[in-house]
Design a protein. Structure first.
Length: 155
């Protein structure tokens, strides 16, 4: 294996460390922002464990692409360096990009969904009121006939 291939594989492992740090930070941020009684917050340890499994599988996949899965002793050190690099340099820019995506993409989609749900609810309410309005005379007629035909004995 040439020196350039080893250097590129080292950079790939550092990159997987940065990506792993970003994924774990995303999972921790998402679980921390959920309500205290939400399903996600109650089972946060399982989501984080799943995140670590995904990071491990992704790291092995990159290692498989770069070196046919050959593992070297410096790979875990490179990944730890990637995690520390994410924590020291990329943490704030990733959070900024996340906030921008939240404001530009997620919130407008949620707004559109809320508007659609509100419109559907109003249509259902109008439909129910129309049904009640149409059936009210029949219900009153039924109650009047029931009182006349089935009188109860009064003592």
């Amino acid at each position: 294996m040439s020196l350039s291939v080893q250097f590129l594989s080292l950079l790939a492992m550092i990159g997987t460390g940065v990506a792993g740090g970003a994924l774990i930070d995303l999972i921790q941020t998402a679980t921390a922002n959920m309500g205290k009684r939400s399903f996600i917050r109650r089972h946060a340890i399982w989501f984080e464990a799943g995140g670590w499994i995904v990071v491990g599988c992704g790291s092995f996949y990159v290692l498989f692409l770069v070196r046919d899965g050959a593992w070297r002793m410096y790979d875990p050190i490179a990944q730890i360096c990637g995690l520390l690099l994410y924590a020291s340099i990329f943490h704030k820019p990733f959070r900024l990009v996340g906030r921008i995506i939240l404001l530009v993409v997620v919130r407008p989609i949620l707004l559109v969904l809320r508007i659609i749900i509100s419109i559907v609810r109003r249509i259902i309410r109008i439909f129910m009121r129309l049904i009640i309005l149409l059936f009210t005379p029949f219900i009153r007629l039924y109650h009047a006939l029931r009182r006349k035909l089935f009188k109860t004995k009064e003592d």
